[in-house]
Ligand binder design. Structure first.
Ligand code: HPA
Length: 271
């Protein structure tokens, strides 16, 4: 990644009309309905944006959408890049740097995740308060990182406290139950074994998924305030583990998304 490449990606989008978005939003697996809320949308397909990684996984349509939600300019990533698709850490976080250079001041991230904390149920939404990186690498481990920010990024409070407080108040007011906890990221794409789920619980994880943490690390590197939520799609009970059903995971994510959209829309209004 070079500054010149970033400039070219950003120039392309600005020419298309991506004019000073305030908020960037990353939509996770099965979470695509938010795009229906975007007014006056302008779309850019990932494979048309210079230096963007190409989209692969079939349930991700792979585009960046600019427009207005709740009166604010947003840029939404419909579909994200995962390590398990064969991308590297720089690929999967490139869009975050592009959105930052486009001018976003805040980042919302969503994902589908498994519940390690068994008091949480499928269909619950969990506000991510902290994370554990189990992906075996970092999006900041590259030679010219100093051109883009600190070599040693601070991670003492990776998820913005102010937005967390606000979304909790909104959830209470709207009568939407919002769990809180620690998200552990793994590479995937295989799901975890019973022994691995036991390990994740011992480590202090409340949820596990295959994304989000690299984007959050880069956003912290860019000093971009982040709000992140997991939609819990399966319960990871090592003593009663059911075979994975990806169709069900996507269905539960889709059924839960309206609550997440409501929370995001209300939060957009007050930030
Ligand atoms: N493990 C990892 N990723 C996931 C899971 C899980 O149980 N559920 C949804 N994404």
């Amino acid at each position: 990644m070079t500054k010149k490449q970033l400039d070219e990606s950003v120039d392309y989008l600005k020419k298309k009309g991506f004019d000073n978005p305030e908020i960037g939003i990353v939509l996770g697996t099965g979470l695509g309905q938010l795009v229906d809320e975007i007014q006056d949308p302008i779309e850019a397909h990932y494979n048309h944006i210079p230096y963007f990684p190409l989209a692969t996984v079939e349930f991700h349509t792979g585009k960046l959408i600019y427009g207005t939600i709740a009166g604010k300019k947003v840029v939404v990533m419909q579909g994200r890049f995962h390590l398990y698709e064969g991308y590297d850490f720089l690929d999967i976080t490139y869009p975050i740097r592009v959105m930052h250079q486009l001018g976003i001041k805040k980042l919302f991230v969503s994902n589908a995740a498994g519940a390690i904390n068994l008091s949480y149920k499928k269909g619950d939404i969990m506000l991510i308060e902290d994370h554990i990186n189990l992906q075996g690498g970092s999006p900041l481990a590259f030679k010219n990182v100093a051109e883009f920010g600190d070599r040693f990024a601070d991670m003492s409070e990776p998820y913005d406290l102010d937005m967390r407080t606000k979304i909790e108040a909104i959830a209470q007011k709207e009568d939407i139950s919002l769990q809180k906890g620690v998200y552990a990221s793994v590479v995937g794409p295989q799901l975890e074994t019973k022994a691995e789920y036991r390990m994740l619980k011992i480590l202090g994880a409340d949820a596990v998924g295959m994304s989000t943490v690299p984007e959050v690390i880069v956003a912290n590197h860019l000093r971009l305030p982040i709000l992140a939520v997991s939609v819990l799609t399966d319960e990871c009970d090592p003593d009663n583990l059911q075979p994975v059903n990806i169709q069900e995971i996507i269905e539960i994510a889709g059924n839960t998304e309206p609550k997440m959209i409501q929370l995001f829309k209300e939060l957009i209004k007050v930030i």
